[in-house]
Design a protein around this ligand. Structure first.
Ligand SMILES: Nc1ncnc2c1ncn2[C@@H]1O[C@H](COP(=O)(O)OP(=O)(O)OP(=O)(O)O)[C@@H](O)[C@H]1O
Ligand SMILES: [Mg+2]
Length: 200
């Protein structure tokens, strides 16, 4: 499958916009995002969430992860699947988890079978994104990692809530959407939460 026309250029513009944010703007976004998440019972009552370590100007989840570690909410991080092409695994993450750097130069927990957590074990998955629209569509970095990993869980009513985490400047009027794109149930930015899941 090839990508839709225009998505490459859109990714480039939106990635430049988020990388242009100053350290002070990034810091403020990170703390406001943590505040927004703490207003959601799906977060405060979660037993386990999946987060990510920020890369390429993505919103930092440092404050969110610290809050979880203080509140008995277990945290997983994505790891590139060692066997299944362009899929992710989610591994348990603590302050003392041994880390390694993957081929995208992103830190991830070192692979250990006992640390693997199934998708169904999470209440909430926080997903980075490059672009989003007011319908909950998500444009990622173009690898299809989240799309492939979540494809078989899309229609499972017991699956985790899928939350796109974004800077305000990542919103576009309308994204070109491909059939394989897994949409967000909610999108959280520093100043607004969009709810698309009718159960929320
Ligand atoms: N469920 C799937 N099965 C097979 N191929 C897929 C699937 N989902 C996505 N792909 C492939 O992955 C490629 C990248 O997808 P896409 O451009 O939507 O990535 P993305 O959403 O930007 O990335 P990510 O999911 O990593 O955030 C597509 O060209 C598509 O062919
Ligand atoms: Mg996609």
């Amino acid at each position: 499958m090839t990508d839709l026309p225009g998505r490459g250029q859109l990714r480039q513009q939106l990635r430049e916009a988020r990388r242009a944010l100053s350290p002070a703007q990034q810091q403020q976004a990170s703390s406001m995002l943590a505040g927004q998440l703490q207003s959601l019972s799906r977060f405060t009552e979660a037993r386990r969430i999946a987060a990510y370590l920020a890369n390429d100007g993505e919103p930092e989840l440092t404050d969110v992860i610290s809050h979880c570690q203080l509140s008995d909410i277990a945290v997983s991080l994505p790891v590139l699947h060692p066997l299944t092409h362009k899929h992710l695994l989610f591994l348990d993450y603590h302050a003392d988890t041994p880390m390694r750097v993957n081929r995208f130069n992103i830190a991830e927990p070192a692979l250990a079978t006992r640390s693997i957590r199934l998708i169904e074990e999470h209440d909430l998955i926080l997903m980075p994104l490059v672009g989003f629209d007011a319908q909950g569509n998500r444009l990622g970095m173009g690898g299809g990692f989240y799309d492939r990993t979540l494809a078989h869980h899309r229609d499972n009513p017991h699956r985790p809530l899928l939350a796109g985490i974004a800077h305000t400047c990542q919103q576009v009027e309308q994204l070109p959407v491909a059939p394989w794109d897994v949409p967000c149930d909610i999108i959280v930015t520093p100043d607004k939460i969009w709810l698309f899941d009718k159960s929320m």
